[in-house]
Design a protein around this ligand. Structure first.
Ligand SMILES: Cc1cc2nc3c(=O)[nH]c(=O)nc-3n(C[C@H](O)[C@H](O)[C@H](O)COP(=O)(O)OP(=O)(O)OC[C@H]3O[C@@H](n4cnc5c(N)ncnc54)[C@H](O)[C@@H]3O)c2cc1C
Length: 458
């Protein structure tokens, strides 16, 4: 008599999910799994995931995590997969927990200026819905039309308006999240203030799917400003533009956004823009004093710039910002981008720009740079030949030097995209041994079996 084939952990796990989830939630067809192995960074950790659970309700998440925890199966939470650090990439044998189908806006309160949403709501869709009540969701990553609120919270996404309104964390009042063992946890509150207990809302925001799975969020909304004034200034050099953007902050003006784009990026977006200068700085002031603030900004930029133009027409401003949002897709057409995301103290921005150029020359790799200038957040983007099956050593060496530069200038490896897979090897350099060890203990307290997005972030 032959022995019955051994029931593998994976088969048992899939059997339990098929038994306990509604019938349309589970995908195991190998042909449908491959896209989940990567995200917009193009990184692939290796192998194919086991299956995808398409969650529609919190109960789908609790059922999935309860079984995954019992059988120690790795789970990769996923929103829209627009991440740029490999955070949502799924390796061999892991289960992808797709939250994009939990996409309901559950409440929108004009009285309390807040919204309660499921994690799969698309960022721009929340902003649009809030706009119907004269409100807006302030964080606006350039990917707002694609990314989910859950992904934004898990990465603590930044965006263009962070200069004045802060990053995603500054708009998250409370969360519902499911712990690794399936326990549902509520954090935070509906009030603008509140300090009872440790701030678990802030801890989960930016935790990259490694501590808990976010299943709903209470988010702060803000009034749509009564007016905006937008300045487009072109510069003879990228350094001059960086110095000019610092002059705005030093003068005590707080613009709603200050976006800096270098000449090569301008050329990728539209060669006609490149013809206008070696760098473009877009600054927007908003609120009742927008026009007066913009006049001050224009005066501050003039000594550095070749041309400075101001518009109070929202349609013209939207066209300028739309061009800025095209930067990454335009660069993706040139080759495979390795996108970095360092942030430096604002006073060191021009120095960082100079050093990045020197690194590019030294390693002979093309580096295209854009920046959320008011936050000192630079995206130096190395473009490599898409035909290569791995990133060349020169690209990694240049990337390593850019990270070292950020730390030397008192900055950070990642201002908004997260560590994911791509920046993990440099994390200890920034955190130092004591903070790194405490972070590992936090991870163990939340996820003792290490099933949530293993191999990411820490
Ligand atoms: C064109 C373009 C422009 C971009 N511009 C910006 C920008 O301006 N600012 C910025 O910060 N980023 C930007 N990004 C990066 C990206 O859009 C953000 O990181 C975004 O927050 C990711 O959202 P997502 O829904 O795609 O998440 P995913 O990529 O699916 O996941 C990102 C991380 O969040 C985790 N996660 C997702 N959902 C959950 C959940 N519900 N619970 C727990 N963990 C979860 C994943 O495990 C992963 O670690 C840009 C990307 C592109 C392609």
């Amino acid at each position: 008599m032959t022995a019955a084939p051994e029931t593998t952990v994976s088969a048992r796990f899939l059997g339990l999910l098929a038994r306990d989830l509604p019938p349309d939630r589970l995908t195991t067809d190998p042909a449908a799994l491959s896209p989940y192995a990567t995200d917009r960074s193009g990184t692939r950790p290796g192998g194919e995931p086991l299956a995808v659970v398409h969650a529609r309700r919190t109960e789908d998440v609790t059922v999935t995590l309860r079984h995954a925890h019992a059988l120690a199966v790795p789970v990769v939470p996923r929103g829209a997969g627009t991440g740029l650090s490999g955070g949502a990439t799924a390796s061999e044998g892991s289960l992808v927990l797709d939250l994009s189908g939990m996409d309901r806006i559950l409440e929108l309160s004009a009285d309390d200026q807040l919204a309660v949403v499921e994690p799969g709501v698309i960022t721009a869709e929340l902003d649009r819905a809030a706009g119907e009540q004269g409100l807006r969701y302030a964080p606006d990553p350039a990917s707002a039309a694609l990314s989910t609120i859950g992904g934004n919270i898990a990465t603590n996404a930044g965006g263009l308006r962070c200069a004045k309104y802060g990053v995603t964390r500054d708009s998250v009042l409370g969360l519902e999240a499911v712990l690794a063992d399936g326990t549902v946890l509520g954090t935070g509150r509906r009030t603008v203030k509140g300090v009872t207990g440790y701030d678990l809302t802030a801890l989960l925001t930016g935790s990259e799917g490694t501590l808990a799975v976010i299943t709903s969020a209470t988010l702060r909304l803000r009034p749509v400003p009564v007016a905006t004034a937008t300045i487009a200034a072109y510069f003879p050099t990228f350094e001059a533009a960086a110095e000019a953007s610092y002059a705005i902050g030093r003068a005590g003006v707080v613009p709603a956004l200050a976006e800096l784009v270098d000449g090569p990026v301008l050329g990728a977006i539209d060669p006609a823009l490149r013809g206008r200068g070696a760098a473009l700085l877009l600054v927007q002031c908003d609120g009742a004093g927008a026009a007066a603030e913009a006049a001050v900004v224009a005066r501050l930029l003039t000594p550095f710039a070749s041309t400075v133009e101001t518009t109070e027409d929202p349609a013209e401003a939207d066209a300028l910002l739309a061009a800025r949002r095209l930067a990454l897709p335009a660069l993706e057409r040139l080759g495979r981008p390795l996108i970095e995301d360092i942030a430096v103290p604002r006073s060191r921005l021009a120095e960082a720009v100079r050093e990045i150029r020197a690194i590019s020359v030294r390693h002979d790799v093309p580096v295209y740079t854009l920046a959320h200038a008011a936050d000192g957040n630079l995206h130096p983007i190395i473009i490599v030949d898409p035909a290569l099956d791995r990133l060349p050593d020169a690209a990694w060496e240049a990337a390593g030097e850019i990270f070292a530069l950020a730390l030397r200038l008192g900055g950070t490896l990642t201002g908004e995209h997260g560590v994911g897979l791509l920046k993990r090897q440099w994390v200890a350099d920034e955190l130092g041994p004591a903070a790194h060890a405490v972070q590992r203990r936090v991870k163990e307290a939340f996820d003792p079996r290490g099933i949530l997005n293993p191999g990411k972030a820490l």
